[in-house]
Write a protein of this length. Sequence first.
Length: 279
Amino acid sequence: MLARDPHEPILPFPSLPKTVQARHSSSDLALRPFGIYENDLNLDFDHTPRPQLVTRILESCTRHVQNASIEQSFFWKLPIGKRIEGLLALFSSGTGAEISIAFRCPNKNCGQQSQVEIAMAEVAELQEQAYQNEPVVVSLGSETLRLRRPTGEDQLGWVAAQYADQESASKAMLGTLLLDSEQVVLKDEWVSLAERALEEQDPLVNFSLSAGCSWCEEQTLVEIDLEEVSLQELRKAQARLLSDVHRLANRYHWSEEQIFAVPYWRRAYYLRFIDAERN
């Protein structure tokens, strides 16, 4: 975690669920935009497994208002939905209050690409409502399951594990989320009920919304991998930073080290000077 530049724009950190509030308060944390520091070029979007990539981005972009240290384990223990909410905040830092996401119309007679707008205020409200229930409770007859939401740490373990098939994978993953594992015999019929409950209580993980195609005007349910969409946008921010470094090096013959020794807000002025000279 880098010390905060006094000129650095600050974004609000997502509200924290009760399960991690003991470590930090959301009012103590903030996010800075991605794609302004040399550290942002050190992330390998192509070869870093997604759980590690998300953790490294959040760790790099999170600030403590008192400049206190934040252990990496904090980000691993965040529910997956909260990690996604953090990525969306970084995504929206360059677009404003809304983010635009492309989708392809599923209508076989259309198949055109359209855009859907997602308001960050609505995302925060959706998360606030969903996270009011702790833990996630699932009932089947007279029996009840108590589940915690999956975290980045769980995601990392699931990626590393090997399962015989999808059914055994779903059951094994669900077993890691049980809060009463010693008292509950996990039945097959629990799986679909639990998965549905977890989706409802962590809505950004398997996100979907109703959207109209701008070509055929058909209303359709669009499923969006918000984590992947956010990572694609942050990859673009990294590419823009690389381009900026190239332009400054080409114009002023600075090394990369010299370029990043200049505060990012002053680099922006030099880049505007370069653009003005071209015009």
